[in-house]
Design a binder for this molecule. Structure first.
Ligand code: ADP
Length: 465
């Protein structure tokens, strides 16, 4: 029995898939958003740095070629053109004393802030970002050394850059949110569609009545996986169906096999009790009841042995056995039975021993069952032959007879528990012989097959590794 701990959940697979889909979309959108944002900020800064560098180069040229006065004039022109709040320009000594400066009235505490900005040590311009007091916007500034050791500083208010960056960030945020919602909706729709096949199969399976297990779930066009699921369900249904009919047949056979001896015992007891009260009649009744009890016990024991061997409960002791010796003993045992039925019993055994690892009693039972069947089902005057040989390290036993043969429709079933062929019901037996033989052969790692032609005879082939 398979006990599965039942784990209940209120979330449908669609909901879970949608949540996962939304989560991955959110992670994806946020990653794209971050990468784009960082890249844009980096590019914008590079652009600003380049224009600062150009301005610094121009200021340097004017100062070095045209003098301090021209530089001051250039500062003024530049400030007027762009607006005093947008930029600042300064020429300072290495001791931070301003020599020329643009109108910095709008730049609160600029001298104090610039006091802490490190000055360039070589000819390469140096860039810094500063945060002027009472300004929401940061400022990018550059400093460059002139030929006489003074330093030109040029700062550029980034508020328009920041504004456009914030605008793009807003667009990206709204776009990401829309994409997230769209992804969640499409995830929901896709998962609902994907699950529609599962729902259809569930509905079809729950509609199957317990007494109509021969129904099959129909295939749809939801995809290969769903069709595989349908196929698995249909296979399972067929298997359950065949198991149920097997159980039904076994119980019918058991009922029949139990009813017959019980009826016989009852009949015998009834006849004895109602007939003349003679000691001989009672002795006969006792004899009949003993025989019937013996055959019932044998049937129960065989059924138990099959069940225990199949489930691996029986420990088979593997010792090296000479199969030729076992077969010789069996032939000697069955020869008188064959003779009685005027059946020619031929054997062909090799000179060398046929060694297999196995359980002696069980191997003897396999051989006895097969020889017994061959003689039992062969009519008077027929022929039974037994052959054993070693081929490629495998030991073969072939038992052929000239009996009625086995109908092709019965071939698969003769090894089933309690199965008796249609034509064999009149002869003695309980339908367990071949089932036990096959179970024991399998337990020894061997195989058993049958070749048969109706009205011509059958050959049972056993191969041990
Ligand atoms: P039982 O012989 O008691 O009926 P078995 O399990 O030995 O049970 O055999 C099952 C069925 O297989 C038999 O009822 C018979 O129909 C068929 N069978 C077995 N051996 C032979 C044989 N040698 N020739 C023809 N039919 C056979």
């Amino acid at each position: 029995m398979c006990l599965n701990k039942k784990r209940t959940t209120n979330h449908t697979v669609s909901t879970r898939l949608t949540l996962w889909y939304a989560l991955f979309s959110a992670i994806f959108c946020m990653s794209i958003f971050t990468v784009v944002s960082v890249k844009m900020r980096h590019n914008a800064q590079k652009r600003v740095d380049n224009s600062i560098k150009t301005e610094l180069g121009e200021f340097k040229r004017i100062y070095e070629q045209e003098g301090l006065g021209e530089l001051q004039e250039e500062f003024r022109t530049e400030t007027e053109a762009q607006g005093a709040n947008e930029l600042f320009c300064r020429l300072i000594t290495p001791q931070n004393i301003p020599l020329a400066t643009s109108n910095t009235n709008g730049w609160m505490q600029l001298p104090e802030i610039l006091q802490n900005i490190p000055l360039p040590k070589d000819d390469r311009p140096q860039f810094n970002t500063i945060y002027p007091a009472e300004s929401h916007f940061n400022t990018r500034m550059g400093s460059a050394k002139t030929a006489d050791g003074n330093i030109i500083q040029f700062g550029f208010n980034l508020h328009s850059e920041n504004k456009s960056h914030a605008k793009i960030q807003r667009i990206l945020t709204i776009g990401s949110l829309l994409l997230l919602i769209l992804n969640a909706i499409s995830g929901w729709v896709i998962s609902r569609r994907a699950m529609s096949g599962v729902r259809r199969v569930t509905k079809a399976v729950s509609n199957i009545e317990k007494d109509s297990l021969d129904c099959q779930v129909s295939f749809g066009n939801e995809g290969l996986e769903i069709n595989e699921l349908v196929n698995a369900f249909n296979l399972m249904l067929s298997r359950i169906q065949s198991l149920i009919s097997e159980i039904k047949e076994v119980s019918d056979n058991v009922a029949h096999d139990l009813r017959s001896p019980i009826t016989r015992m009852r009949g015998s007891a009834e006849t004895t009790l109602t007939g003349p009260q003679e000691i001989e009649a009672y002795r006969e009744m006792g004899q009949t009841i003993l025989e019937e009890c013996d055959s019932l016990t044998e049937m129960i024991n065989t059924t138990l042995e099959i069940a225990q061997t199949e489930s691996g409960l029986v420990q088979i002791s593997y010792t090296p056995l000479d199969l030729r010796e076992i077969l010789t003993t069996a032939i000697e045992l069955f020869e008188p039975v064959a003779e009685e039925k005027q059946i020619r019993f031929l054997s062909d055994l090799p000179d060398d021993p046929l060694i297999i690892p196995g359980d002696k009693t069980r191997i003897q039972r396999i051989c006895a069952n097969l020889i017994d069947n061959a003689i039992k089902y062969t009519p008077v005057g027929g022929k039974v032959s037994l052959r054993a040989f070693n081929e490629d390290g495998h030991i073969h036993i072939e038992i052929s007879d000239t009996g009625p043969g086995i109908d092709p429709t019965e071939k698969e079933r003769i090894f089933d528990r309690f199965y008796r062929g249609e034509k064999s019901r009149s002869s003695s037996g309980n339908g367990l012989g071949l089932c036990l033989a096959r179970t024991l052969i399998h337990a020894h790692g061997g195989t058993i097959t049958v070749q048969s032609e109706p009205k011509k005879g059958s050959t049972f082939i056993v191969i041990f590794p």
